[in-house]
Design a protein around this ligand. Structure first.
Ligand code: 5AD
Ligand code: SF4
Length: 491
């Protein structure tokens, strides 16, 4: 990954590119060629407009999308767009979409409808759509028919071609659509613009092979592909050299990292290599699948000085019967044993989870099993979801979809239980001193700074902006449910 802060290096590469020649075939050189070409077009538009042009990337969904958006922003900046925080003021608006649940799709349609007016008022305005939702054929058909003013549509596999697609759009008229069904390609060394200077997501793998029966991700993100460990380490070393102290390793199922590499390597082995990187202070990862969480990984977590004391371990349901129907590959008992093992190896670890209610055929007894897991594990927090039927997944054609009112009632009961336990669990660190990484000024009170503990809990404390990006000691004075109010301690 070429960080946009390393502009000089990148400029030297671009200087060697001759636009009078055809575009190179190999990546990433081909994209460098199109970045340079797009720059020319953006410059022309900006001169015609008599002002700089601005872009805005809107991210829906998960951390993977957030990281992809940094890549989109990196390319937009390289071709000459300035970043604009307000979507309404931007000349290039791109939505990086999510389709994991149906309501995410509805939100996107609503928002693109609103963009139409901006396009009428601003002759330089371009609209792009990318991400998981674009991998669905019906979505693209609908956009082609009813949203003709969209300029660019692409999917999850060819984000790296963003500059090339922009050039294609600017050299033609009308909508450009480029969706790939799948890919085995991973393109390294493209620009990226980090949101935070002190922390960064790092993709370690793409796609998913699990096919949980409710989930659309394997269909829209394709088969599992792991990045080479050398590329991952090189990227993290460069990030650390650039001021990053915390990384979040990203993958749909990080526990199965490395299985498809030429020289297979386990996730635990990768973590041990990353741990050796000097200057790196904190390592997080997301998401772990319980069926692939190995004893080796638990041991590495127990010994590590850098792996944060937080594990997101989606359970989805507490009923072994439902788990089987979900194709999750573990039972309630197996999950609870796993939790015990983790807690023995890392006693003060925070556990969080994802839970779905209302999966087809879920009975009150099944739901009680879910509540039982919640009570036994005592999660720090849980993301709770109402089951959403995704066309094309096996669960969509299952009989006995649960009635809406029943699901709603279970959802509310679950939420209540989760919040009650969370309130109790989260306050256990009151009066202790904890290291936090300071992330920024508090959103609601500018006199307070906000930082994150190793276990991912937030702490607000009086302090100055100069602390941003630093790891400091704070005394936790008071727990306010999900966060603490703290006091800065001098080191
Ligand atoms: N309905 C509801 N929730 C879902 N998730 C994935 N697919 C669905 C669906 N069809 C949830 C799972 C997953 C999280 C990212 O989204 O809990 O862990
Ligand atoms: Fe979806 Fe299951 Fe893959 Fe997670 S592990 S992305 S829930 S199929």
């Amino acid at each position: 990954m070429i960080d946009n802060t390393k502009n000089e290096e990148f400029e030297t590469i671009l200087d060697t590119i001759d636009l009078s020649k055809p575009a190179p075939v190999d990546e990433p050189k081909r994209q460098y060629y199109f970045i340079k070409k797009a720059r020319g077009y953006v410059k022309q538009m900006s001169e015609k407009a008599g002002r700089p042009l601005f872009s805005h990337v809107t991210t829906f969904g998960c951390q993977m999308n957030a990281r992809d958006s940094e890549k989109l922003t990196g390319i937009l900046e390289q071709i000459g767009y300035r970043e604009e925080t307000e979507e309404e003021k931007a000349d290039f608006v791109i939505y990086n979409t999510c389709t994991v649940r149906e309501n995410a799709n509805q939100r996107v349609y609503g928002r693109i409808g609103q963009l139409k007016k901006g396009k009428k008022d601003n002759p330089y305005m371009l609209i792009g759509l990318c991400g998981c939702m674009m991998q669905e054929t019906e979505v693209v058909e609908k956009l082609k028919k009813s949203y003709r003013y969209i300029d660019l549509i692409f999917g999850t596999h060819n984000i790296y071609k963003f500059a090339e697609l922009i050039v294609t759009r600017l050299e033609s008229q009308g909508m450009v659509i480029d969706i790939w069904k799948d890919t085995d390609k991973i393109v390294e060394d493209l620009p990226s613009e980090r949101k935070y200077f002190f922390k960064s997501g790092v993709n370690i793998m793409f796609g998913c092979n699990n096919f949980c029966s409710y989930c659309i991700v394997p269909y829209v993100r394709g088969r599992e592909r792991s990045r080479n460990p050398q590329d991952i380490i090189r990227e993290i070393e460069a990030l650390v050299a650039d001021g990053v102290v915390e990384i979040m390793l990203l993958g749909q199922n990080v526990n199965s990292y490395g299985k498809n590499l030429k020289t297979p390597m386990s996730f635990a082995e990768l973590l041990q290599e990353i741990e050796k990187i000097e200057g790196l202070k904190r390592i997080r990862f997301m998401t772990s699948h319980p069926k692939d969480l190995s004893d080796e990984l638990i041991e590495v977590m127990g010994k590590s000085q850098k792996i944060c004391k937080h594990l997101h371990l989606p359970v989805q349901s507490g009923s072994s019967r439902i788990l089987k129907s979900m194709n999750r590959g573990y039972t309630k008992e197996h999950y609870l044993e796993l939790v015990d093992k983790i807690r023995t190896a890392v006693p003060d670890i925070s556990l969080t989870t994802d839970i779905i209610v209302g999966f087809p055929t879920e009975t009150e007894e099944d739901f009680q099993e879910t509540l039982d897991v919640v009570r036994k594990v005592r999660y720090d927090s849980a993301f709770t979801f109402i089951y959403s039927k995704r066309t094309g997944t096996p669960a969509a054609s299952m009989e006995k979809q649960v009635a809406d009112a029943v699901v709603k009632d279970r959802f509310n009961r679950l939420l209540q239980e989760v919040q009650k336990i969370s309130g109790e669990v989260c306050s256990v660190h009151t009066d202790t001193v904890q290291e936090i990484l300071v992330e920024g000024v508090n959103d609601h009170d500018s006199l307070l700074m906000t930082g994150r503990m190793s276990n991912n809990q937030l702490v607000h404390f009086p302090g100055g902006e100069s602390l941003i990006g630093k790891i400091i000691d704070v005394k936790l004075k008071e727990c306010k449910g999900f966060y603490y109010i703290g006091e800065l301690l001098k080191k």
